[in-house]
Design a protein around this ligand. Structure first.
Ligand SMILES: [Zn+2]
Length: 682
């Protein structure tokens, strides 16, 4: 299958501005780790790199919140994050950091090369400046009222309440978070990368050459490309980051999304230097394969922006695949750092020490591979107890304990005359696992691969149940020896197949079975020889009690920090919709130019609404609230793309918006006087 000689695997660089939670692990780390371990088990050449992203306004803002310096922030969280990865067995070959001098040199050289070959456009723009703090403000340094939902704490790039992406100039009453001053617009000059120039190439490279990319990834790229690309500023006015290495760029640093992916290159360089290898084998050689593991929020940076930068620079390989995951939710809500709705990895290990593989297992089984998925503590308990304990652990324990009990831990050679059909079938079924997990993993189907691994345990469990060696021993010792031999072959297969998924438990099983050297290609084979001595048994996993789960659920519920206090609502909030659902609604401004009662009803009014581009007839059930005279001349908001509906023989072509107060009184939702008819409300 492989037309590559070696593989470079990258996982998204986490921001060193907070600890990691389960959503991080499920998004871009466990899957990459499984893949790296799988390739290593097969004996392939692979390097798995990652590191802390220590630049960007997210770091400086954290520093300000915590009252410490940015350097102190990244020291603290780099350490916390690195430890969490180690604890959960994420097997990076190097975990680097973007504050390393090597990274600064590497990204500056990259920038210089692009600048020297005229790949940037230098452009002046108006940007908010804090006159008191005497500095330009990154988007995140500006807060104000969201023009969409009215949230007074919206950021310059995004409103976290309604999810709208914003630009700072859209905020109402903008304030600098540095000094609380009202920022003023001033001219500043930046280096822009003309992404639009790469559109045609990207269309060919992604849409034509990589139809095999995961649907969620391919679809998001396609929609970006269809909407058209714009030049992007690659520099920022900020005092924390990689300094722009050209003249006239004082006080400017590289845009964090230019510098962060170059972090993969500098991490590889450091690893190569540490191990006497050549980093260019991985980045500049055609027989090398590059894979980026990321969450869906990073797709545009890894599929569109970074490849275009690599292409503009020249000489680098491009990603062969970007198997991005969607998001994992928690107990019915989005994971939220600011609301503390999360399971933090370091806290998990404090509460459930030694249960790293259990969490890996549940996150893998629910991995958001193709759509958002969900973690619940009940599901965690069920999966651990019924799958890891009752199926996998129980099977292994029975084989090992019985082999010790009946044969002093020695694997007995098969007595051919005593084999029956059930024995032969079990061996045959085991053989069918050869190459099966490989096929799933090669296509990045991690959930399927995990389930195939568990099928080996299911086979073992069923086989023991069918043959009942604890009964058979009373009548036929040779047949019992055969059953335990075959059972051990299945357990030994598991010890290999578990390695990418449950590395710690696999290690315990390898030790229990006393297997010295194993390799991935043994899967499917009965490779443990007669006379082999195994160790004493033990439980690979232990049951999770109800009280533990209850405590976790209570802890989670108790730690949530709601942004607004709970209030009794007469009209409870409807369930959350996606931004994509919201933008489907076409809201327009119109003026009511005529209103008449609809005959034979006391509820309906028929309006003629001037929409600017056409007149619409709209029927509303508001005759008890307004007289026709109340309405004529009113400017209103109209749902302009609602499917037409016939009422009393008349077609209603839209819907007028009203606000209803707690007393049930209706008020027109009107824009400011003098708004042009047909204006889009968004
Ligand atoms: Zn908003």
């Amino acid at each position: 299958m492989a037309n590559h000689k070696r593989t470079l695997i990258t996982s998204a660089l986490p921001y060193a501005n907070g600890p990691l939670h389960i959503g991080h692990l499920a998004g871009a780390y466990i899957n990459a780790d499984i893949y790296a371990r799988f390739l290593r088990a097969k004996g392939e050449e692979v390097v798995f790199v990652c590191g802390s992203d220590e630049h960007g306004a997210a770091i400086t803002i954290r520093a300000k919140l915590d009252g410490i310096t940015p350097q102190e922030v990244v020291e603290k969280y780099h350490t916390t994050i690195k430890k969490a990865f180690d604890d959960f067995g994420i097997s990076f070959d190097i975990y680097h950091r973007t504050s390393e001098p090597l990274h600064h040199e590497t990204s500056q050289a990259f920038f210089k090369q692009l600048n020297a070959t005229n790949k940037f456009i230098q452009k002046e723009s108006q940007q908010y400046y804090d006159p008191e703090a005497e500095q330009f403000l990154a988007d995140r340094y500006i807060k104000g009222t969201c023009p969409v939902c009215g949230n007074e704490d919206a950021y310059g790039d995004q409103c976290e309440r309604c999810g709208s992406s914003l630009s700072p100039t859209e905020l109402i009453n903008p304030k600098s978070t540095l000094s609380n001053a009202t920022p003023e617009l001033r001219a500043t000059s930046h280096w822009y990368f003309p992404l639009n120039d790469y559109e045609a190439w990207l269309k060919e490279w992604i849409l034509e050459d990589h139809p095999n990319w995961k649907k969620n990834v391919y679809g998001q790229c396609k929609s970006w490309l269809e909407n058209g690309l714009q030049p992007r500023a690659m520099t920022r006015d900020l005092d924390w980051g990689v300094k722009v290495p050209v003249e006239g760029a004082n006080g400017k640093v590289l845009y964090v999304w230019l510098d962060a992916p170059i972090g993969y290159i500098s991490a590889t360089k450091q690893w190569a230097a540490d191990h006497g290898k050549n980093w260019e084998d991985y980045w500049k050689s055609e027989d090398s394969r590059l894979l980026h593991f990321i969450g869906k929020d990073n797709i545009v940076f890894h599929c569109i922006i970074f490849p275009s930068l690599l292409k503009a620079h020249g000489g680098f390989v491009l990603p062969e695949n970007v198997p991005a995951n969607e998001f994992m939710n928690l107990e019915g809500r989005k994971i939220s750092t600011s609301k503390n709705w999360a399971i933090w990895l370091h806290e998990y290990l404090e509460d459930l020490p030694g249960k790293e593989d259990e969490l890996r297992y549940v996150l893998m089984a629910n991995m958001p591979e193709t759509k958002d998925s969900e973690f619940t503590w009940k599901d965690y308990q069920t999966r651990v107890n019924s799958e890891l304990v009752a199926t996998l652990g129980n099977f292994v324990n029975r084989v090992v304990v019985l082999t010790n009990k009946y044969f002093e831990g020695e694997v007995q050679a098969i007595t051919g005359a005593e084999l029956n059909e059930v024995d032969n079938n079990a061996v045959k079924e085991l053989a069918e696992f050869a190459g099966k997990i490989d096929a799933d993993l090669e296509e990045f189907r991690f959930r399927d691969a995990l389930s195939t691994m568990m099928d080996i345990a299911r086979l073992g469990n069923k086989y023991l149940g069918d043959r009942e060696p604890w009964q058979l021993i009373k009548t036929n010792e040779a047949a019992t020896a055969n059953v335990l031999n075959i059972g051990l072959q299945i357990a030994a297969n598991l010890a290999i197949a578990m390695q990418p998924f449950l590395p710690k438990a696999a290690g315990r099983l390898v030790a229990m079975l006393n297997l010295s050297e194993t390799n991935w290609n043994q899967i499917g084979q009965a490779f443990v020889p007669g006379g082999h001595q195994i160790e004493k048994g033990g439980h690979l996993f232990s049951k999770i009690e109800d009280a533990v789960i209850e405590a976790q659920i209570q802890k989670l519920q108790g730690s949530i920090q709601e942004e607004t206090p709970e209030v009794e609502l007469k009209h409870p909030l409807k369930s959350t919709i996606e931004f994509d659902d919201f933008v489907k609604i076409d809201l327009r401004v119109g003026t009511i130019c005529a209103a008449t009662p609809v005959p034979k009803t006391d509820k309906l009014l028929m309006f003629t609404v001037d929409m600017g581009f056409e007149e619409r007839t709209i029927i509303s059930g508001v005759a008890k609230h307004f007289t026709p005279e109340d309405c004529v001349g009113k400017q209103v908001c109209v749902v302009a793309n609602l499917a037409p509906r016939k009422m009393r023989g008349v077609e209603s072509q839209g819907m007028i918006l009203f606000a209803e107060d707690d007393e049930g009184k209706l008020i027109f939702v009107s824009p400011q006087a003098g708004t042009q008819n047909g204006s889009v409300v968004a």
